[in-house]
Design a protein around this ligand. Structure first.
Ligand code: GDP
Length: 444
């Protein structure tokens, strides 16, 4: 989901975070790249423009948190602006009304309307414990009503019995009556679509709306159609009025243009995402999580916040300096282990950093979870100061003693030493080009 955009943005941000200090022109250059990436992702121009303006305004001249590179601050600003563009807070489908609550589904043919109707009905049934009735008003597409019936059987949700020859208005009336008489909490109306927005479709939708007086009118739009999806939403909203949007096929959407433009252009919230053909392929739309996905490493945001709150800037600075010189000893490692423990463990930290996947795999391979970390600290604590400074002096008998002293095995001691050597090597390299770790731990 949103992989293409993610790749582009992560490339841009990687360049940014590699720099120590950022000038206004660095930020501007990066924003030009972000702008291009957004346009290529098929985000509406007006949205791109206001997005870039906002980020630029916030990024330039912004005070930078100590021990964190300004590049990461820019990422945080981009993230926050993304969340804002996407709508800030999740807006779930509202069922708070006198039952039967009518939900009208509108959209073009092929957008995933019928599938989404069933997905949503299943969710209401299972999660909200509602009694749901679905009715297909699609008398135009052959077998559309049968399709909903079959989906209803799969989902275990009732569908209005099909009466051949009825028009949408009559089906609507019958559905409302059946819902009332049958004690249903929710009645879902799956309206007919067309290949394009046309007058007849709008008139029919308005007619159904006036009879059903839906509590929610959800527009279903195909994310893969990018800005077209946004235009369709706007047309429907102008003519029929919609209360929210379901964006389907985001599972195949690498670009994310529709998701990013929808709220800003239509003023309507995306409420749900369709993420697959199966009936469980439906997610509540969380602007912050989607922003994280788009950034591919949104956890950098929490990391920056955590790091700013917990890392001892002076110590970190000293370690970063030593790292760059390549004199990263076991005392430094111990200090880092302690700091990392405070912000969620080694693996967690590395998982939050961009462009460090390979290193994370190596660390994971070394089985570096938090309990391992605690043991490693114990091993280092069992060494003499000289040994911590110069691990090379450790011989077999000392390793045995250290293992005994720390309640571990010699092989754990060896693993730690090996890991330290690898880390020292990697950090030396990263430190040289002012990489993420240098930045995170006060270098840069
Ligand atoms: P309608 O004409 O708008 O009612 O569209 P349908 O519900 O019949 O869906 C058209 C096709 O899109 C079907 O093959 C669905 O399985 C597929 N589809 C619907 N939603 C999604 C989705 O979120 N992801 C994917 N990958 N396919 C979907």
């Amino acid at each position: 989901m949103f992989e293409t955009l993610q790749d582009r943005l992560s490339g841009i941000f990687e360049t940014l975070t590699k720099r120590g200090a950022l000038s206004e022109s660095d930020v501007n250059a990066a924003m030009r790249e972000v702008r291009r990436a957004l346009i290529e992702a098929d985000v509406a121009l007006e949205v791109v423009r206001s997005f870039i303006d906002k980020v630029r305004e916030r990024a330039v001249g912004k005070e930078v948190i100590r021990s964190v590179t300004p590049g990461q601050m820019v990422i945080k600003i981009v993230h926050d602006t993304l969340v804002e563009t996407l709508g800030a807070e999740p807006e779930p489908v509202d069922l708070q009304a006198v039952p039967p609550v009518a939900i009208m589904m509108v959209g073009l043919q092929g957008s995933g309307k019928t599938t989404t109707t069933a997905k949503l009905a299943l969710r209401f049934t299972q999660e909200d414990k509602k009694k749901v009735l679905m009715a297909s008003l699609d008398t135009r597409r052959p077998a559309a009503q049968e399709q909903l019936k079959i989906l209803g059987e799969q989902a275990g949700v009732d569908t209005l019995p099909i009466v051949p020859g009825e028009d949408p208005v009559r089906i609507t009336r019958r559905a409302l009556d059946a819902a009332r008489l049958g004690g249903y909490d929710v009645v879902m109306l799956d309206t007919a679509g067309r290949l394009h927005v046309d007058e007849e479709l709008m008139r029919e939708s308005v007619e159904v709306r006036d009879i059903a007086k839906p509590h929610e009118t959800l527009l279903v739009a195909d994310a893969l159609t990018g800005q077209d999806a946004v235009n369709v939403a706007r047309s429907f909203d102008e003519r029929v009025g919609v209360s929210g949007i379901v964006l389907t096929r985001v599972d195949g959407d690498g670009r994310g243009g529709a998701a990013l433009s929808m709220r800003a252009v239509t003023g309507k919230p995306i409420k749900l995402l369709g993420t697959g053909e199966k009936l469980d392929g439906l997610e509540i739309f969380h602007p912050d999580r989607v922003a994280n996905r788009i950034l591919g490493k949104g956890d950098v945001v929490s990391l920056v916040e955590k790091a700013a709150a917990t890392i001892d800037a002076e110590k970190a600075q000293a370690i970063a300096e030593r790292m760059k010189k390549g004199s990263f000893d076991l005392e430094d490692l111990a200090e880092q282990l302690k700091q990392m423990e405070r912000i969620g463990g080694m693996s967690g930290v590395l998982g939050m950093l961009p462009g460090i996947g390979k290193m994370k795999k190596q660390i994971d391979a070394a089985n570096m979870d938090n309990s391992v970390m605690t043991r490693q600290l114990a091993i280092i604590n069992s060494m003499t100061r000289k040994e911590r400074r110069q691990p090379k002096v450790l011989n077999a008998s000392r390793k045995k003693r250290i293992a005994a002293g720390s309640g571990t095995e010699v092989q754990d001691v060896n693993k730690l030493l090996k890991m330290h050597r690898q880390m020292a090597d990697m950090m030396k390299k990263l430190g040289k080009n002012k990489g993420m770790l240098g930045g995170l731990f006060g270098g840069g």
